[in-house]
Design a protein around this ligand. Structure first.
Ligand code: KIV
Length: 263
């Protein structure tokens, strides 16, 4: 695989080619992900749940993210590396600029922020200063306490319209990618078709431009496996084959199947 950048992903979208994204938190798995030819690696703040043993992503700190982003960057120099900005690290525009810069200096090539229209100015400022941005709408786990649990979002017409409008606002502000988490298939399909930037789904059905899974969920290591995940390790017991099976299933459109989706 040649080194992936934002233009690679835009071309995949314009050619109608789906691509896989996966999380990683250390160098060893980052290397396996590069070997499997997976285009994008996300150092997600799911780190808190699957590696650090917290019950949510809220306790994850900038220091945690910098440490794990640097480790992933040392193991993989081909996949595009997205670093997640943790809870409250982008509460003000000044904090956003400072913390995004630290993540980029640790090895990220793009930063991801959870939230809608309220992020418009921050995304504009990051983008203007040369920092690529991935938005994140739908179920935004850092807001679990406000949302009242890990629930599918955008199920009624008004909520769906808010997500649709937020997606437009993020793209116009300068976002380069968008994650949609746990939203109905139909809504994710409409947003993916409407936006020019690639949309990455997780629990968002088969009609997005890309899919992302949490590495430890798709390897079956997490204590609670969400409905939208599939265990790709169980067939062979080989991590490299599991990653390749996931990448193939995303590219062919075989994953996600109806049992992984919400209506
Ligand atoms: O933190 C994470 O791993 C994420 C993905 C689930 C999209 O944000």
């Amino acid at each position: 695989m040649k080194a992936v950048n934002v233009n690679t992903l835009l071309s995949l979208k314009s050619n109608g080619e789906k691509f896989p994204v996966i999380t990683a938190y250390d160098s060893a798995f980052a290397r396996q992900i590069e070997l499997a030819g997976i285009e994008v690696v996300l150092v997600g703040d799911s780190l808190g749940n699957v590696v650090l043993g917290y019950t949510s992503t809220v306790p994850v700190t900038m220091d945690d993210m910098l440490h794990h982003t640097a480790a992933v960057a040392r193991g993989n120099d081909k996949s595009l590396l997205i670093g997640d900005m943790p809870f409250m690290s982008y509460a003000t525009e000044e904090m956003t600029m400072d913390n995004a810069a630290l993540l980029m200096q640790a090895g990220a090539q793009m930063v991801k922020l959870e939230g809608g229209a309220w992020l418009e100015e921050s995304i504009f400022m990051l983008s203007e200063r040369g920092i690529p941005v991935c938005g994140h709408l739908g179920l935004t786990p850092q807001s679990v306490n406000k949302l009242g649990g890990y629930k599918v979002q955008g199920r009624d017409e008004e909520a769906a319209q808010t997500i649709f409008t937020d997606a437009e606002i993020l793209q116009t502000a300068g976002a380069d990618l968008l994650v949609l988490e746990c939203v109905p298939t139909d809504l994710a399909g409409r947003i993916s078709k409407h936006l020019d930037i690639p949309v990455i789904g997780i629990g968002a059905g088969p009609d997005t431009d890309a899919q992302v899974l949490v590495l430890y969920d798709m390897l079956g290591f997490s204590p609670r496996i969400p409905k939208f995940t599939k265990n790709f390790l169980s067939d062979t017991g080989d991590v490299q084959l599991a990653l390749k099976a996931y990448a193939d299933a995303v590219r062919s459109g075989e994953f996600p199947a109806p049992e992984h989706c919400f209506t």
